[in-house]
Design a protein around this ligand. Structure first.
Ligand SMILES: C[S@@+](CC[C@H](N)C(=O)[O-])C[C@H]1O[C@@H](n2cnc3c(N)ncnc32)[C@H](O)[C@@H]1O
Length: 245
């Protein structure tokens, strides 16, 4: 295990990431996804645009654009986990200097890496935080890109509830993630194999609607669009204008 993975537990030097109340790295991340998110080598390798695009079978740009289509420049947006590639910089650029992007991530190495990428964007800030236990704050929109499939179902529920609670009246939570593909989709077998080997919490999005993870979905209007033969989905939950949250 690298020093980076332990920074929250034992780093004795003063460390701006190690504020009182900083979240611990959850077991699911340490046990299942350390190889992808907690080692400096993977951060360097997986952050390449070509890798991001390949993992999504060439659909990255289309899915990013589908998400941006739900937002407006000048909005205050929460991104509840870092994403590899140019996702955060594209979002910050789209929101513009009058907008605000707040990125949180539970892993200090991801926070540091994303801060470096967003250094030229004064409208963006990156901090440690747990998407499943947000501490206050409301936003015009939430931009949740491929986070849910990496969370165990219990944490999916906590995260969906916490993210919905952070949406202002009239605002939106936008979830882009995996979805059950068409039965004859040529990539269904290989995706199922990857889920079985590397992504044990992902297949739950093949069986459950994202809305079903919300404990009080009624305060929102829900819509869903699917992409690439159903392999991906965008779900938008818009809080009703009169709802006080
Ligand atoms: C957005 S998800 C997957 C993104 C996508 N696979 C990509 O291209 O980067 C990955 C990030 O989620 C973070 N993460 C996992 N659980 C989290 C939680 N409860 N709160 C905040 N961030 C979390 C991980 O540290 C990691 O940086």
């Amino acid at each position: 295990m690298s020093d980076e993975t332990l920074v929250l537990d034992r780093d004795a030097a003063p460390n701006p990431d190690k504020a009182e109340g900083a979240p611990a790295i959850p077991d699911y991340l340490r046990e299942t996804y350390a190889w992808a998110y907690l080692s400096p080598r993977s951060v360097r390798f997986l952050d390449r645009p070509l890798v991001v695009s390949s993992i999504l079978w060439g659909n990255y740009r289309r899915l990013l654009e589908a998400l941006l289509a739900e937002l407006e420049p000048g909005q205050r947006v929460l991104q509840p986990a870092c994403v590899y590639g140019d996702f955060s910089t594209s979002l910050a650029r789209f929101l513009g200097p009058r907008g605000g992007l707040e990125v949180i991530d539970i892993a200090p190495i991801q926070v540091r890496h994303c801060r470096r990428k967003l250094a030229g964007f004064p409208q963006a800030r990156v901090r440690l935080g747990d998407a499943a236990a947000l501490q206050g704050g409301t936003y015009d929109a939430i931009s949740c890109f491929f986070l849910l499939h990496e969370l165990p179902d219990h944490t999916k529920r906590l995260a969906v509830d916490a993210l919905l609670a952070a949406v202002k009246p009239g605002g939106k939570a936008v979830f882009v993630d995996y979805h059950r593909p068409h039965p004859l989709h040529p990539l269904k077998p290989v995706t199922g194999l990857v889920f079985g080997l590397l992504e044990p919490f992902a297949a739950s999005l093949w069986r459950n609607e994202i809305e079903s993870f919300a404990s009080a979905p009624g305060a929102f209007t829900w819509s869903k669009e699917t992409y690439f033969g159903g392999l991906y989905q965008k779900v938008v939950a818009q809080r009703m204008e009169g709802d006080p949250n």
